[in-house]
Design a protein around this ligand. Structure first.
Ligand SMILES: [Zn+2]
Length: 421
């Protein structure tokens, strides 16, 4: 079930700080114990430490001891996962930011159409809970309203010293059986699309992200000019960094929504290249290019957003191995293409833009080989792989559009939202 975290910031206050001091101490102790004893189940940690925690913080609601143990388990799990994948070298998890799960017993909320008021009980039968008041952004109002009506459920909120995150559980949309495939090639300044079986190519200019990044770098340089104090420099960097992230995220969200809309209209599937191992593949690249792509390209963020949206809207999606996609002829399989921006195939004479050629190859890789499973004409044969649970999003549901799509209907009534790619 896809979730969407509603994240609210609030000014630091003493009561939340006190609560998190206590919970932070419990979390740290539980993490230490879990690592030493190689136990990672929440239940085991609770069994071992619950009594200790209760004795040390007798005034707290018992749920906080439980949830501190659960938080510790989550931290250890995440650390273990990173370690198994070789992305973590540290001997034990580092807790940079204190946070804790909030038990639903201690969590009350109320929505008046504008403000979301949250009450968090610190002690048992708390007459004086922590009260936080938020005004959700307009784009989240619809979701909060659905939550309020009881149409959406929510997971366990998490609390830090200045944020509260409430995960709303969105319904899983039924995935339709697709009639076309859109291969998407991710480049530094564009997304290039190619559809099969139609054979239509399109390019989306995404150089906006590069512009935002360049502008950001310039501002940081200008802001830091003449400043020697590293703290002041870090502060400038942080401030601009937050803005840069917000702007690029907003942009990627819009692009992803546009692509999802496009897929829904044509009942298409989206095929991305698998980006795992990007770091390794860039190892040979020049240092400046490498740094730019790894720090600022944010393409993996885009892929994550697209994955999430595809899931929410029930668009079939898969990822394929990108190896050689930009130097293989999609028509005859020749691997020795000529040219730079425009590639030419010496065997069959194909000549096309290299990004579109890569997108074509990506779309092609999502197909099953001719004569494979399905086999009832090209259109039907396309999606064997997409329909297998390993590749897509579980078993495909009945064909049909899961959600009303704004603007999908050409004769739609006035006032409907229009999405443009
Ligand atoms: Zn060829």
């Amino acid at each position: 079930m896809p979730t969407l975290g509603l994240k609210f910031r609030f000014p630091r206050n003493a009561r939340v700080d006190d609560l998190l001091d206590a919970c932070g101490a419990m979390v740290r102790e539980a993490v230490g114990w879990a690592i030493e004893n190689r136990k990672t189940a929440t239940h085991t940690i609770v069994q071992e430490l619950y009594a200790v925690f209760r004795r040390r913080f007798p005034e707290l609601h018992s749920a906080w001891a439980q949830k501190s143990a659960r938080t510790a388990a989550a931290i250890v799990h995440a650390w273990g996962r990173r370690r198994r994948r070789g992305r973590e070298a540290r001997e034990r998890p580092e807790i940079r930011k204190t946070w804790v799960y909030v038990d639903k017993q201690t969590f009350r909320w109320d929505w008046d159409g504008t403000y979301l008021t949250v009450r968090i009980a610190v002690r048992p039968w708390d007459e004086d809970p922590i009260v936080l008041r938020f005004r959700p952004h307009g784009k989240y109002k619809r979701l909060v309203e659905q939550w309020h009506r009881g149409d959406l459920d929510y997971g366990e909120p998490t609390l830090s010293r200045d944020t509260l995150i409430i995960p709303l559980k969105l319904p899983e949309a039924a995935v339709y059986a697709s009639r076309e495939v859109w291969g998407i090639d991710s480049n530094e300044r564009s997304l290039d699309l190619y559809s099969l079986p139609q054979g239509v190519g399109a390019t989306l200019d995404t150089s906006y992200v590069a512009c935002v990044n360049a502008e950001h770098d310039k501002r940081v340089r200008r802001g830091c000019r003449g400043k020697q104090n590293p703290k002041a420099r870090a502060q400038i960097q942080r401030r601009h960094g937050r803005r840069r992230r917000a702007r690029t995220l907003e942009f990627w969200h819009r692009v992803a929504l546009g692509l999802v809309w496009m897929a829904l209209v044509g009942e298409g599937a989206l095929v991305l290249e698998r980006l795992r191992g990007l770091k390794g593949r860039l190892a040979q690249a020049p240092k400046r290019l490498r740094r730019r792509l790894l720090n600022h390209w944010s393409i993996r963020t885009f892929h994550a957003i697209l994955r999430h949206k595809a899931r929410v809207y029930g668009v079939p999606r898969t990822e394929v191995d990108p190896r050689d996609t930009s130097r293989t002829c999609p028509v005859c399989g020749e691997k020795d293409l000529r040219g730079r921006m425009r590639l030419e195939c010496p065997s069959c004479g194909l000549s096309m833009n290299r990004h579109l050629l890569a997108a074509w190859n990506i779309a092609k890789r999502a197909q099953i080989p001719p004569g494979g499973r399905g086999g009832a004409g090209e259109g039907r044969a396309l999606f064997g792989r997409l329909q297998s649970p390993r590749w897509g999003q579980g078993v495909m549901g009945a064909p049909g559009r899961p959600l009303p799509v704004p603007g999908a209907n050409a004769s739609g009534t006035q006032g409907e939202a229009q999405v443009t790619a």
